[in-house]
Design a protein around this ligand. Structure first.
Ligand code: PRP
Ligand code: GLN
Ligand code: MG
Length: 505
């Protein structure tokens, strides 16, 4: 998952973009970038690393202008090379910088078309660079030097017809304005906010509403699936639905794991949805494990804490923080390689033995994906003297790859793939393992906004909402992105062809 942000302000936006990216850091830890526009000139700084490491004072000073966008990256296509850090830039038409959260499922076909029809060269393997060039090609057809909102929306409508997959995007178009839009299923989130100033209204879009809160913008609403938002450089807001048949189907994994609990996505509090997940799973545990001797409920920090507390309340058992999280280690699941992920679990979490000694513990996590965390955590609980270790997952078994912006390209790497619950339990060496039912997960989220009729749930049921994901595609992403390919260093380091003005020190 990546995080995107864009602001059209009335005063310099560099600090607000930086601050917004720091609260979106949980969506991508690999690379970060900011583009600002000042008097028709683009300033870019991007590199691999966390926000705090990529931007130093000297970079911030150079990011002048009242208008800009930012990105934190968690790669799902291409390589981890800094050349694929975002925003991307093309100089024609107008000069456009662009950031994307999501993943295109027809990138392979589009690459050919972009080369042959649009005569545009794509130098990286990033689907985002491709998407930028498709937008640029559509805008190229507009007449005049100044884009009208109608022209911009027409271009977005054409883009929707060409591309498939998940995308929430933001772009700055020099001399014109900021454009943001969301795919017709609204798989990836995007919210819109506003701040009143004495010089007029400022507008902001961000992947999560928490970014608006953090920099003092008021949440207006979610950008609707298929909708585009265009804010002119002078600060006029225009919005329009640009998809033919938009259907709201937000990714349910945002609620399970990705988003921060203090965000609202499509009218749903992420926190409240996790409390509901805890309630549903707690009820299932009470019913199916009525005879179990659970002494204490312990979360696996950090995402599962809200779920675990609610399970403890349902079961009427004590809730204890038996693991301490090292606040300087990021999220392990979104780290780029399995070796790093494995090592990081023990660096990140440490047990408090007194909470485990001679007790039957119920460990709770939001999800089990590769099993990296659960296996090691159960071992730690046993080393700390636990008598029995039961394990509960707030999400159902994950058996299918994700193709919409979560880097799980290979079914074979998923611990639940081709396995029954008992086999998974044996592998992670639990004394008992229980998963949330998919219907309960959906209800837990949906009851907070019944207007949403369905969610993107493919990792659990293999039902890919865009309807274009077949075995050939799954095989291709598996070959390109599985751990073995990554370890063999098949993904080449690319050189950055973009503006070098600020990518160096
Ligand atoms: O089965 P796995 O492949 O290990 O993946 C699942 C784990 O990864 C995530 O934690 P992460 O450390 O990324 O972040 P968190 O601190 O937000 O829980 C998630 O919360 C699970 O704990
Ligand atoms: N997780 C994401 O949103 C990834 C965006 C884009 N596909 C990339 O790999 O850079
Ligand atoms: Mg976790």
């Amino acid at each position: 998952m990546c995080g995107i942000v864009g602001i059209v302000g009335k005063s310099p936006v560099n600090q607000a973009l930086y601050d917004a990216l720091t609260v979106l850091q949980h969506r991508g830890q690999d690379a970060a970038g900011i583009v600002t526009v000042d008097d028709g000139v683009i300033h870019l700084r991007k590199d691999n690393g966390l926000v705090r490491d990529v931007f130093h004072t000297r970079h911030m000073k150079r990011l002048t202008g009242q208008f800009g966008i930012g990105h934190v990256r968690y790669p799902t296509a291409g390589s981890s090379s800094s050349a694929e850090a975002q925003p991307f830039y093309v100089n024609s038409p107008y000069g456009i910088a662009f950031a994307h959260n999501g993943n295109l499922t027809n990138a392979h076909e589009l690459k050919d078309e972009v080369a042959k029809v649009a005569k545009r060269h794509i130098n990286t393997t990033s689907d985002s660079e491709l998407l930028l060039n498709i937008i640029a090609h559509e805008l190229q057809n507009c007449e005049g030097l100044h884009l009208t909102p109608e022209e911009v929306f027409k271009a977005v409508s054409k883009v929707h017809l060409k591309i498939r997959g998940a995308y929430a995007v933001v772009a700055v178009i020099i001399g014109n304005g900021m454009l943001a839009f969301r795919d017709p299923f609204g798989i990836r989130p995007l919210s819109l906010g506003k701040r009143k100033t004495e010089f007029g209204d400022e507008y902001m879009v961000a992947s999560e509403s928490v970014a608006l809160d953090a920099v003092g913008f008021t949440f207006i609403r979610d950008v609707a699936p298929g909708e585009a938002v265009y804010v002119t450089e002078s600060g006029e807001l225009h919005t329009q639905q640009c998809a033919h048949q938009p259907i709201s189907a937000p990714c349910i994994f945002e609620f399970v794991y990705f988003a921060r609990p203090d965000s609202f996505i499509d009218g749903i509090s992420v926190y409240a949805s996790r409390v509901n997940m805890g309630r549903k799973l707690g009820q299932k545990i009470a019913k199916e494990w009525a005879d179990l001797d659970i002494d204490v409920v312990i979360p696996i920090p950090e995402t599962s804490t809200d779920v675990a507390l609610q399970i403890a309340l349902e079961l009427d058992k004590p809730y204890r923080q038996g693991f301490v999280k090292n606040r300087y280690i990021g999220r392990t699941f979104i780290m780029p390689g399995q070796t790093m992920r494995r090592k990081s679990v023990r660096r990140k979490l440490n047990a408090i033995p007194s909470e485990f000694k001679d007790k039957s513990v119920l460990l709770v996590d939001d999800s089990i994906v590769r099993g990296t965390t659960s296996e090691q955590i159960i071992e730690m609980a046993r080393e700390s003297g636990a008598k029995k270790v039961y394990f509960a997952s707030a999400a159902p078994e994950i058996r299918f790859p994700n193709v919409y912006g979560i880097d799980m390209p290979s079914a074979n790497e998923l611990i639940a793939y081709g396995r029954e619950i008992e086999q998974i339990s044996d592998l992670i060496r639990a004394d008992g393992l229980i998963f949330q039912d998919l219907d309960d997960l959906i209800d837990a989220v949906r009851e907070l906004n019944p207007d949403i009729k369905r969610f993107e749930t493919s990792v659990f049921d293999g039902n890919y909402i865009t309807g274009d994901v077949d075995n050939a595609y799954l095989q291709r992403i598996d070959n390109m992105r599985n751990e073995e390919t990554k370890n063999e260093g098949m993904q080449t380091e690319l050189s950055n062809l973009e503006m070098h003005n600020m990518s160096q020190d």
